[in-house]
Design a protein around this ligand. Structure first.
Ligand code: ADP
Ligand code: MG
Length: 232
C-alpha cells in the first residue's frame, strides 16, 4: 500500500469538468512532482486531494483511509497539509504567532525549534509581522505553518514562484533537507530545474488528464516530452 493512493478523480467547477480520472500514488518518504502548463489542473488536483474542491467521483486514500467526502480540516487532521499558492499567512500576527496558531489544532506537532532549524531566517524574524516579511520569508512561513503540524504528507503549490533565484536556492535546499529527513512531499512547480532536482518521480497533467508518469531521471532524458507538455 502506498501512503497516498489517488484513483479516478473527476473534479468540476460548476459545469466545467476540470479533472478527468486523475490517478497517482505517493510512497512514504517520496518526493513526487506534478508538472503541467498553466491551467492544466495542478492546483485543482491538490485541492481535490485536500477536500477543498470536492471531487464528483474517485478515491483519495491516505494510509489506506478514504479522504473523499471529508472536510478539508478533517483531511488536515488525518495528516495531509496543503501550502496554497497564495500562502495565506496572517499579516497582523508575527512569525511565531503564525506558527503557534497553525500548530494548535494538530494532533501531533513539531517543536518550534525544529521549524527554526529548517528556516533560520524565520527565527531571526520571529517577532516580525506577516505583512513585514519578504516574499521568500512569507513562503518559508507558509511551509513552516504546514510542517509544525507534523504532516504525513505535505502538498506544495508552486512554492518557488515569483521568488528571486537566491531565495529559490535556499528553499530548494530546505526542501532537500526535509526530503532527506523522510518527509513525503508532493510538489507542484513551473521551475523545471528545481523540480527535477528534488523529485524522485514525476507526473505530468495536461488538460486535466495525467499524460505522463516516470522517474525524474527518465523525464530528464526525454526532452520531447518536456517540449510536448510543458513547452520547454
Ligand atoms: N475557482 C474556479 N472556478 C472556475 N474555474 C476555475 C477555478 N479555479 C480554476 N479554474 C479553472 O480550472 C482549470 C484548472 O485550473 P488550475 O487547477 O488552477 O490549474 P493550474 O494550477 O495547473 O494552473 C483552469 O482552466 C482554470 O481556469
Ligand atoms: Mg495552480
Amino acid at each position: 500500500m502506498s501512503l497516498l493512493e489517488v484513483e479516478g478523480l473527476n473534479s468540476y467547477y460548476g459545469d466545467s469538468h476540470i479533472l478527468f480520472d486523475v490517478g497517482m500514488r505517493v510512497e512514504e518518504n517520496e518526493v513526487v512532482a506534478l508538472l503541467g502548463r498553466n491551467g492544466a489542473g495542478k492546483s485543482t488536483t491538490l485541492k481535490s486531494l485536500m477536500g477543498v474542491v470536492r471531487p464528483r467521483s474517485g478515491s483519495v486514500r491516505l494510509g489506506g483511509v478514504e479522504m473523499v467526502g471529508r472536510k478539508s480540516h478533517a483531511v488536515a487532521r488525518a495528516g495531509m497539509q496543503l501550502v496554497h499558492e497564495e500562502r495565506r499567512i496572517f499579516g497582523s500576527l508575527n512569525v511565531e504567532e503564525n506558527l503557534v496558531l497553525a500548530g494548535l489544532t494538530a494532533p501531533d506537532r513539531w517543536p518550534l525549534e525544529r521549524v527554526y532549524e529548517m528556516f533560520p531566517r524565520l527565527k531571526e524574524r520571529r517577532t516580525s509581522r506577516g505583512t513585514d516579511l519578504s516574499g521568500g520569508e512569507q513562503q518559508m512561513l507558509a511551509i513552516g505553518r504546514a510542517l509544525i503540524r507534523a504532516p504525513r504528507i505535505v502538498l506544495l503549490d508552486e512554492p518557488f514562484e515569483g521568488l528571486a533565484p537566491v531565495i529559490v536556492h535556499d528553499l530548494v535546499q530546505a526542501c532537500r533537507t526535509l526530503a532527506d529527513a523522510g518527509q513525503t512531499i508532493v510538489l507542484v512547480e513551473q521551475n523545471l530545474a528545481a523540480t527535477l532536482a528534488l523529485a524522485d518521480r514525476v507526473y505530468i497533467i495536461n488538460n486535466g488528464h495525467i499524460a505522463h508518469e516516470s522517474t525524474a531521471a527518465e523525464l530528464r532524458a526525454q526532452p520531447e516530452i518536456l517540449h510536448r507538455y510543458l513547452g520547454v
